[in-house]
Every structure is written in structure tokens, then in C-alpha cells.
Design a protein around this ligand. Structure first.
Ligand code: 5GP
Length: 135
């Protein structure tokens, strides 16, 4: 069975999309630790990040860097934190978290409730910035 992220990538489940390439997809986390919390995933459905081949692993990080640059230009934050856990969804994903306080980097911290309209606005803003920075 396809992972929930594969369903998102294929458009079967809606997402607040930030960026897409042939091999990668970025979208807002539905239960964010901070506004703009984004997940970067390879389209190839592999559970564990260190099972990716070297090239895909490297490209995932370079893709995440580009998304992080767009995020930091749009979301007031101390910096973009990077987290990889992967115990909830068995499809490799890099969390990018625009944090103000270090506690927001703890996956066990209370998740924010962000209004869908605001999620949409954030996604549109960051997506536009990503496109400007990566024409
Ligand atoms: P992890 O597997 O790294 O512990 O976390 C999985 C992340 O995926 C969580 O932060 C969770 O909120 C997010 N997530 C789970 N299901 C969905 C979904 O259907 N849509 C989105 N946008 N995020 C999801």
C-alpha cells in the first residue's frame, strides 16, 4: 500500500504544497511545531533515510536547502532547524522547522493549531519565494 506521502505527492490527498521537482516534493506539516514547518520528501518511497542511495540522499539535502532558504525569507525565525525522525510515516522526510525557540525543535512539543486559511497563505508565500529563488 502506498504511504500517505505518496498519496499526497500523487494528489490523492490534498497538501499545502511548497515546491516540487522531478524527484522531490515539499509541503507544510499538517501538525506544525512552528508556522511554516515543512516536510521535504523524495518521491521514491523508501522508509529509512539512510537506505536512500547516495545520490538521492545528497539531492534531498540540496532540495531541503533550497526550501529552507525560501522559508527563512518568509517566516520570522531564529533559523531553520532540521530534523529527521520518521517513526510515524514510513516514507523518508526531512522536517524543516522555522523556530524561534529551541523547544520548538522537540517533536514531542505541543503542535500548533494553524487555521487552514493561514496555512494556505504561508504555502503560497513560501512557494512564490522558492520559485523566485529557483527560476
Ligand atoms: P515523523 O514520522 O518524522 O515522526 O513525523 C511525521 C510527520 O508527518 C508529523 O510531523 C506529522 O504531523 C506529519 N503528517 C502525518 N500525516 C500527515 C498528512 O497527512 N499531511 C501532512 N501534511 N503531514 C502529515
Amino acid at each position: 500500500m502506498s504511504s500517505i506521502f505518496t498519496k499526497i505527492i500523487q494528489g490523492e490527498i490534498p497538501s499545502y504544497k511548497i515546491a516540487e521537482t522531478n524527484d522531490f516534493y515539499a509541503f507544510l506539516d499538517i501538525n506544525p511545531l512552528a508556522k511554516g514547518h515543512t516536510l521535504c520528501v523524495p518521491k521514491q518511497e523508501i522508509d529509512y533515510i539512510f537506505d536512500l542511495d547516495d545520490s538521492t540522499l545528497m539531492e534531498l539535502h540540496l532540495f531541503s536547502k533550497k526550501v529552507a532558504k525560501a522559508l527563512e525569507a518568509c517566516i520570522p525565525c531564529k533559523r531553520i532547524g532540521v530534523l529527521v525522525i520518521g517513526t510515524e510515516v514510513p516514507h523518508t522526510h526531512v522536517h524543516l522547522i522555522p523556530f524561534q525557540q529551541e523547544v520548538q525543535m522537540a517533536i514531542t512539543s505541543l503542535k500548533l493549531k494553524v487555521d487552514p486559511e493561514e496555512m494556505k497563505t504561508i504555502a503560497q508565500k513560501v512557494s512564490k519565494k522558492y520559485q523566485e529563488q529557483n527560476p
